[in-house]
Write a protein of this length. Structure first.
Length: 135
C-alpha cells in the first residue's frame, strides 16, 4: 500500500516537472519569436543579444529535454523515474550550449568543423563524467 502511494507520488512529481518544462518551452519560444521580430539589435544591442541568447538557450534545452525524455521512455520501455527527467534536462542544456557555441563561432568566422569536434568531445566527456559520478 505504501509502495503504491510512493510510486503514485513519483509519477505526479515527474509529470509536474515535465509540465513545468513544457510551459518554460512555450514561454521561451514565444519570447524568442518576439525578440526576433520586435527588438531592434542596432539600437538596443546588449538587450537584444542577451535576451536572444537567454531565450534561445531555454528553448533549445527544454525542447531537447522533452525529446530525450521520450527517447528514454521508449528505450527503458516506460520504466523511467525523476532522475531520468533531470538527466534529460542536463543533456538538453549541454545541447543548447553546443548549438549556441556553434552560432557564436560561425559569427566570428572561426573554422566551425574543428571547433565543432573539439566542443562536442568536451561536452560528451563532461556528460560521461557526470553520468559515472551519479552512478
Amino acid at each position: 500500500n505504501i509502495k503504491n502511494i510512493l510510486l503514485k507520488n513519483e509519477k505526479m512529481k515527474k509529470r509536474f516537472l515535465l509540465f513545468i518544462i513544457f510551459i518554460i518551452f512555450i514561454v521561451s519560444l514565444t519570447t524568442l519569436v518576439l525578440v526576433l521580430n520586435y527588438v531592434d539589435p542596432y539600437e538596443y544591442k546588449v538587450l537584444a543579444i542577451s535576451s536572444l541568447l537567454f531565450s534561445y538557450t531555454l528553448t533549445i534545452s527544454c525542447f531537447f529535454t522533452i525529446l530525450f525524455y521520450f527517447i528514454k521512455k521508449i528505450y527503458y520501455r516506460g520504466n523511467v523515474y525523476i532522475y531520468h527527467v533531470l538527466s534529460s534536462f542536463r543533456q538538453g542544456f549541454l545541447v543548447a550550449i553546443f548549438t549556441s557555441s556553434l552560432v557564436y563561432f560561425y559569427n566570428h568566422q572561426v573554422p566551425v568543423w574543428l571547433w565543432w569536434g573539439i566542443l562536442f568531445l568536451i561536452l560528451f566527456l563532461l556528460e560521461i563524467f557526470v553520468e559515472n559520478y551519479e552512478n
